[in-house]
Ligand binder design. Structure first.
Ligand SMILES: [Zn+2]
Length: 368
């Protein structure tokens, strides 16, 4: 049966100078409101042991707007400011439920600039999107169509470190499940390969083109030579950010291909709980990079599985996937990280990662 899901479509757009200015001002106000509210919450908690509610934060925002010092907050649409407070509320719920770390202040340099508009703060007419406080619609590059008759419910505008503008449009969409597939698969994430499958297949890490690597190294050397605060340095930084952005785009494309294929081909997909995988595998730069890929892989698998009527099994904490013989079930006491192949007493010869992937599938099915 088809189900209705919320799906975000992200496009580049090119703001007019006025729109860019309005958005930059809005981003600044969003950041300021977020940080002030965070300060208040932290103070209330430290001094009075009290958790502020969304309503209290929202009332504080109203009060700030009445002061002379912060009256400029009235110049931008109030919706993105309210949405920032809603997100902060959510971040604190996650923090108190131990699902996430403590929310941190947003910095102009390090945080992504963004503003979220709900339905009352934009107009959607015949494929034209006009945000509150703006005269004309955004010049969006429709790289793929929105689903027929889709009505946007939320619109998020952002600018990345490379200076590119994006609009992410959330719509409700009817998605029909795929017809059932016969196969089941276990996925073991790794460092040398992105993942190893219980079928023995290895999924390569997203490839960074040699030309990108060369360009990145050159841009980073150029950046290192520029003196702090200079215009040249800002330009050199932007050049580095652009190369990173292209690498990230490629990685995302690749992960979309991989996850779509896994979901298409398999009825059941078993993965490890990633917080565990993180602790088990050693810390290194390579790990930090694969970390980001795993998280993306995992979240894509989760939503695609739910869209298309597949089952994603998440294997519990501390499951000894590498040490267990997938043929006989005997646990090997010692399994150093550098052992890639081993033989069990039962006669089974194992590739470390394939064996782990098989165990993950078996454990997922057993816990189901
Ligand atoms: Zn065995």
């Amino acid at each position: 049966m088809a189900q209705i899901v919320k799906r975000a479509y992200k496009y580049r757009f090119y703001p007019t100078p006025e729109q860019a200015e309005e958005l930059a001002r809005t981003f600044g106000c969003v950041r300021l409101v977020y940080n002030k509210a965070l300060e208040e919450r932290t103070r209330a908690y430290r001094l009075e042991g009290r958790k502020l509610s969304y309503a209290e934060s929202s009332a504080a925002l109203t009060a700030w707007k009445r002061t002379e010092e912060l009256s400029f907050l009235n110049e931008v649409s109030c919706v993105p400011l309210q949405q920032a407070l809603r997100h902060q509320q959510m971040a604190f719920s996650n923090f108190f439920a131990r699902r996430a770390g403590h929310p941190v202040f947003k910095s102009r340099k390090k945080s992504r600039s963004s503003a979220e508009y709900t339905r009352s703060a934009f107009r959607w007419r015949e494929g034209n999107l006009t945000l509150a406080k703006m005269d004309g619609p955004l010049d969006i590059v429709w790289s793929r169509p929105l689903p027929e008759g889709a009505k946007p419910s939320t619109v998020t505008v952002s600018r990345d470190a490379a200076g590119r503008w994006f609009v992410s449009i959330l719509v409700e969409e009817k998605i029909a499940p795929l017809s059932p597939a016969g196969s089941m698969i276990g996925v073991d994430v790794g460092i040398s390969a992105l993942a190893t499958l219980s079928t023995g297949e290895r999924l390569a890490n997203p490839r960074y083109e040699a030309s990108d690597r060369r360009k990145l190294a050159r841009a980073q050397r150029a950046l290192a030579r520029k003196s702090p605060g200079s215009g040249n340095r800002a330009r050199a930084k932007l050049a580095v950010a652009r190369i990173y952005a292209r690498i990230a785009d490629r990685r995302r494309d690749y992960l979309h291909k991989v996850t779509t294929r896994l979901v298409r081909e398999n009825q059941v997909i078993a993965v490890e709980d990633l917080t565990v995988a993180n602790m088990v595998k050693n810390r290194s730069l390579a790990r930090a990079i694969s970390d980001a890929s795993w998280r993306e892989l995992r979240s894509m698998l989760a939503y695609k599985a739910s869209w298309y009527g597949r089952e994603l099994l998440v294997v519990d904490r501390w499951f000894p996937s590498s040490k267990l013989c997938s043929a006989c079930g005997v646990l090997t006491a010692l399994m150093p990280l550098d052992v890639r192949e081993w033989s069990c007493g039962c006669g089974a010869a194992h590739d470390r990662d394939v064996n782990a992937a098989k165990n993950i599938l078996a454990a997922g099915l057993a816990e189901r």
